[in-house]
Design a protein. Sequence first.
Length: 108
Amino acid sequence: MNSLRTVGQIQSLNYEITSQKPVTVTTLAQTSSIEVLVSRIQLKMGFRHEEHLARTLDELRQSNAGLYRVDACTVKRKDGVLTPRAGENIVADCKLQWITMRPNASNK
């Protein structure tokens, strides 16, 4: 997450990640050798421009650390100010799912 601060030009970043929980994937053929896990992530970020939010979410999508699904993202102008200024102009509160896979531990 901290590497996103540089790539996405994030002015501020706070996040919470829940522990991984197994999920059942109904659209894929079930296999006993792979376990699919999901963690919920809440990201609170500040940006200078809206474009930086899009870049940050794209960087997550392109990462090799799993799949990210954005459930919701609320974006507001900081302090309701419409005139751009230096520093943080918008804040985003996003809820994501972080989906990862690993070999099923019960098959070892």
